[in-house]
Design a protein around this ligand. Structure first.
Ligand code: 13P
Ligand code: SF4
Length: 303
């Protein structure tokens, strides 16, 4: 393990590389990374990279976002099969049909979409800014929101307006049931419950906080509560424990494990740095259109 880590650090220097990691990555990868963040933080960070190579530890749509924002840098995804099933639930063709059926409606794409779907949209969002992004579109008659229907329903309820929702979902988060929240509450009566908006509405209703992963991190840094039940992918427990070690954390469910987020390993990172593969390349015309929607999100979020 020590030799492996030394190899990675040496190759990182030689290749002028930076390692970015999502909070759902395994602990050893988070500990190695130069930056650990949520989808929004990673998109933001990807606009500020100076290194020649970005080793992206997350899933494909995140690495694509980094590639779209850095057309002149090399972006490596050490496990090329690390996809996001939710992102694959809508294709550009399906989105074009939906747009034709709702002519003129702006399209909000959750960042969990492929670059060619983003290229067809008005603006992106992440779970941390979805409400703000939809609100910024004003009182238009129709808004299309893809692909996560549960995040879409969360936004609808926050803003008191209906949208045209796609039928996508996260297979990991959507598996959690309300009864599980109730059982965990009985087991840990002093704990507050935080869940991700990719959970089904019944689970959201049973929670104390509905938060993106970045917002969960902010909460544990600022709260006086000493115990939490955490309703999102288990990788974040490591991030939370590092940020606020005095708090006790309970995983809401053993099913909250995204298999794709676990496909990257230290060995695969070393190999990617050695070979310069697997590289994520987005065709320039798709990248240009996708970049507009990601930059629109950043502009609105930071205005
Ligand atoms: P965040 O936007 O909170 O990082 O979540 C990304 C994701 O894939 C959730 O499943
Ligand atoms: Fe996709 Fe769900 Fe995994 Fe997030 S947790 S990357 S939405 S499958």
């Amino acid at each position: 393990m020590k030799e492996l880590l030394n190899d990675i650090l040496r190759l990182k220097r030689e290749r002028n590389a930076v390692i970015l990691s999502h909070t759902y990555q395994p602990p050893e990868i988070q500990d190695l990374a130069d930056f650990v963040g949520d989808s929004y933080g990673l998109s933001r960070r990807a606009t500020q990279v100076e290194a020649a190579v970005i080793v992206f530890c997350g899933v494909r749509f995140m690495a694509e976002t980094a590639a779209v924002l850095n057309p002149d840098r090399t972006v490596l995804l050490p496990a090329p099969d690390a996809g996001c099933p939710m992102a694959d639930m809508i294709t550009p063709e399906q989105l074009r049909e939906l747009k034709a059926a709702h002519a003129g409606a702006p399209v909000v794409a959750y960042v969990n979409t492929t670059a060619d779907v983003k290229a067809e949209c008005t603006v992106c969002c992440t779970s941390s800014n979805a409400v703000r992004i939809v609100k910024s579109l004003g009182d238009v008659p129709e808004i299309i929101f893809v692909p996560d229907r549960y995040l879409g329903m969360f936004v609808e309820r926050r803003l008191g307006r209906k949208m045209v929702l796609w039928d996508g979902f996260c297979p990991t988060h959507a598996m959690v049931r309300r009864e599980t929240v109730e059982r965990l509450r009985q087991e840990h009566p002093d704990a507050e419950v935080m869940v991700h908006p990719e959970c089904i509405p019944e689970v959201q209703d049973a929670a104390d906080h509905i938060l993106s992963t970045g917002q969960m991190l902010e909460l544990v840094r600022s709260t006086t509560c000493r115990e939490f039940i955490v309703g999102t992918e288990e990788g974040i427990l490591h991030t939370l424990r590092k940020a606020a070690p005095h708090i006790t954390y309970h995983r809401l469910s053993p099913f909250l494990r995204c298999p794709n987020m676990k496909k990257i390993s230290l060995e695969k990172i070393r190999k990617a740095l050695e070979t310069g593969e697997p590289r994520i390349v987005v065709p320039p015309e798709i990248a240009a259109a996708a970049r507009r929607t990601i930059e629109a999100m950043i502009r609105i979020t930071e205005s």
